[in-house]
Design a protein. Sequence first.
Length: 487
Amino acid sequence: MTRPKGSVKSGQVQVRAREVLVVGGGFGGVRAVKEMAKEPHLHITLIDRNNHHLFQPLLYQVATAGLSPGEIAVPIRTIFSRYSAVQILMMNVDRVNLAEQKIILSGGKEYHYDYLLLACGAESNYFGHPEWEPLAPSLKSIRDALDIRRRILSAYEQAESSASEEEKRFQLSFVVVGGGPTGVELAGAISEIANTTLRSDFRNIFPESTMINLLEAGPRVLSSFASELSARARDDLAQMKVNVHENCRVLSIQSGVVKTTSGEFRAANIFWTAGVKPSALAASLGVPLDRQGRVIVKEDLSLPQHPNVFVIGDMAHAEPPGGGEALPGVAAVAMQQGSYVGSLIRREIHGQATSGQWTGQATSGKATGQANLRLPFTYLDKGTMATIGRKRAVVQMGPHQRFRFTGFLAWLLWLFVHVAYLIGFRNKIIVLFEWMWSYLTFSKGARLIVGHQPLDHQIMDHQVVDHQHQRPKSKSKSEPGTDGGSF
């Protein structure tokens, strides 16, 4: 079932408005809808399980009390309230029927499409160990961020009320698994909380004695950056009292314990930032996937044999024109892909509307009438950046990433780029003010513990390891583990 389809006059030809379904309200989906929203020949339906668009690069700041959820998220309806042709549905998509050109929602309702864009993003990847998820929560949603914030702040409250020094040491121990940008930023932010924000707030503990271990399975943190930037990030983390363990693969996770190829780490809180995998919807399409489960798309980001179905972002295995490595699953790629697909659909519809050639059929491989004339998608890499902490960041940009910055300048670039990409003028101003206030006062204003607070999982057992004096075990190359992932 769909909204009633109308018709639009174009010159002397009356053309049915085409139905475009966009699944996913992340960077790619929102950018695509913005590109198409003013096109009079389209009805656009944007479907997402959440009612908000989330600026995920700043999610770690919600998890570490630097920002509030409303400052990095905006209702999707607000973004498109001025566009009458755009409908928003807060629903889950159960499956896609490519043959009949329809999607089926979790409640059984069906929506037919002329064009379909799948931009469903990714979910945390525990590499075949789903039992680790409740023990080591990940950071992919506002709910996740609030849960991690509660765990971090509650650990200090637990330690403050404890009479045991071992218990205090256990509560003030954190393990972050994964040395990509998210893991590095999260570890650095926890360090800032411990060494500045909470330093004078407690009477029975010393927050600056917090032990933070960052575990990376690969040979270096921030592996997608140049090696000298990775080294600078590692040095910055060390100065912030974060223990970085590279070539450290996770073997198992139990309550309060992480066993790795480099030894055993005990902590009240374990956080997982070690990788992502495509949305489960990708596997249900019945089309070729790569080894990571991503949908293999053509140069125009469409499915083979289905030129009216596009897949972008974390779900897509998209190679540059002429071949090469698949594009990374980062926000910049998704946004450019969204703009490309939205513009492509708008141009094709406009051309067909003026010529009256649209047939309404999209299963023959010639649905658009111009499928063979599409220019391939080309990604313009504007650079990569990650922040480690106050006045500490790494940036690489320019042709072949030749221009590299570290320290205060890189940190300023990171600040202004992230403010610029936030949606909503109000959010830009509030976030900028919050950062200025935090910079001047060393204070984080969102230190509220909210939600259900079962802390039983954080109570230590009778064996507690002092991580400062822990001797790593010998490494075993034959033992399985998990790969630390980039953002």
